[in-house]
Design a protein around this ligand. Structure first.
Ligand code: SF4
Ligand code: SF4
Length: 135
């Protein structure tokens, strides 16, 4: 038995389809939803832990791939290095949950770890590498 913690990005065209139910039925895996979020007019995000025999989990992920679901491993923790952050605001454009958001009073970028789904979108765009990922 193995377990994988994953971030799934569902294209808009399939977010209303019972894909996870079908996956469980066809491949006999179990899952635990950690977080779910729909980004209007963009995509559905699902963070879950899947468990099962290794070959069944791999087959289930291939099934998702065939449906154009983007699969990323889930980081355990995301931290912002405040010494490196210049509050440029770039990450706030890409953060799907507003965990990174501009405080209009101070014009600084606040980070709310409670809203973070560890999708790592901010990591790729931060010009100062201020976002740190812990696995
Ligand atoms: S992109 Fe990086 S430097 Fe800019 S506000 Fe976000 S964390 Fe700070
Ligand atoms: S990883 Fe970054 S972009 Fe993704 S939700 Fe967390 S703070 Fe936002």
């Amino acid at each position: 038995m193995i377990s994988r913690r994953l971030v799934l990005h569902f294209p808009l065209a399939i977010i209303d389809k019972p894909i996870i139910c079908q996956m469980v039925k066809d491949y006999g895996i179990t899952f635990n939803i950690l977080k779910a979020n729909i980004i209007p007019n963009k995509e559905g995000l699902l963070i879950l832990e899947v468990s099962g025999k290794e070959k069944d989990v791999e087959s289930a992920l291939e099934y998702l791939n065939r449906l154009n679901v983007q699969i990323d491993p889930l980081a355990q923790d995301i931290k912002r290095n405040d010494e490196k952050c210049t509050h440029c605001g770039v990450c706030t454009v890409f953060c799907p949950t507003e965990a990174l958001a501009i405080d209009r009073a101070t014009m600084e970028v606040d980070y709310d770890a409670g809203k973070c789904i560890a999708c790592e979108a901010c990591v790729k765009v931060c010009p100062t590498q201020a976002i740190e990922v812990y696995f």
